[in-house]
Design a protein around this ligand. Structure first.
Ligand code: RIB
Ligand code: CA
Length: 323
């Protein structure tokens, strides 16, 4: 059983990832921690509470960062990608569930104390809450079993940035927090654009979720219509990458991914702000910036169709039991 804290900025694709965590038989969802990103902190927290209500998710919701620790790339929220409400502007009920009083960073500290060495944190937004938890408690890094991040881009498979030629959105939304986390010594796996852009959902896939995955499938297909329209405006195709759910797939089926182990840094200023760069042990560099940084596991290849099948299986099996 995987004990998971889900740190997110819900978000169309974050919502699908949350449903996978909720329905995967081998996952115990301990807590949901929110952060600004795809929408304001008020909206992302509200979206988490609505997901709780709609799908009977029991994990408590803790509200996190409303702003980045350091300078971020860009401003405002990506309404053109996720809509005004962060969930593709589908009609949503007012939330009935209540947010917990404890701020997200403190919740990360407390929940990992209760599950010392067992809790896996999956972070699919910027890394502000995680950096704040590291700042609050010097033992936090050692208590987390593993941190799985959706974020970053290293240029594998010809995939680089999505908010600048080199920067991925989550890292770019708080590069300083990301660099703190990469240098923290935590056990980290990075699922970046190198692989998420190799896992492509199209209209027939969405239709299949709508048909075989019950209320969850209908919710995912409806909210993703906005996301597909955005990607259509970029590529001329109604296809979108599987970002945040790829981190869940990595948790559940790491064998579907090819990885390397290297120390990682995030660029915190200048025209490459938000870029993730890994070290290379083949050379002796003049720069010592990657020396003494613990290696992260970086996903550089993936069996995209198998990941899509995994996601559909989880959602459709659960729908049969729970709808
Ligand atoms: O770059 C993709 C990431 O940015 C995803 O986590 C998406 O939800 C957005 O936050
Ligand atoms: Ca996200």
């Amino acid at each position: 059983m995987h004990s998971v804290i889900f740190d997110n900025d819900i978000g169309i694709d974050d919502a699908m990832a949350l449903l996978l965590l909720h329905y995967a038989e081998s996952v115990e969802l301990l807590a949901i921690t929110t952060r600004f990103g795809n929408a304001s902190i008020t909206d992302t927290t509200c979206n988490a509470l609505i997901m709780k209500d709609l799908f009977g998710i029991e994990a408590p919701v803790f509200q996190g960062a409303a702003a980045s620790i350091g300078k971020r790339l860009g401003e405002g929220f990506p309404i053109h990608v996720h809509g005004e409400n962060g969930l593709g502007d589908i009609d949503l009920p007012a939330p009935q569930s209540k947010v917990e009083a404890l701020p997200a960073a403190e919740a990360l500290v407390e929940v990992t104390k209760e599950h010392d060495g067992e809790a896996i944190v999956i972070a699919v937004g910027g890394l502000t809450n995680i950096a704040q938890a590291l700042d609050l408690d010097s033992n936090f890094a050692g208590r987390v079993k593993r941190l799985i991040i959706m974020g970053g881009a290293f240029g594998y498979n010809r995939h680089s940035g999505n908010v600048s030629p080199v920067a991925e959105a989550n890292i770019a939304s708080d590069p300083q927090a990301a660099d703190i986390v990469f240098r923290s010594g935590m056990t980290i796996a990075i699922v970046g654009l190198d692989v998420t852009h190799e896992i492509i959902m199209d209209r027939p896939y969405m239709q299949s979720l709508r048909e075989c995955a019950g209320e969850a499938g209908k919710f995912i297909a409806s909210s993703h219509q906005y996301y597909l329209d955005f990607h259509h405006s970029l590529s001329g195709r109604f296809e979108c990458p599987l970002h945040d759910s790829a981190a869940i797939a990595y948790l559940l089926a790491p064998d579907l991914f090819t990885t390397i182990n290297q120390p990682v840094r995030a660029v915190t200023e200048g025209i490459a702000m938000g870029q993730t760069i890994h070290g290379d042990d083949l050379r002796e560099y003049v720069s010592s910036a990657w020396d003494d940084v613990t290696e992260s596991t970086i996903c550089i290849g993936v069996d995209g169709p198998a990941v899509l099948e995994l996601c559909r299986n989880i959602l459709s099996k659960a729908a049969k039991i729970r709808d």
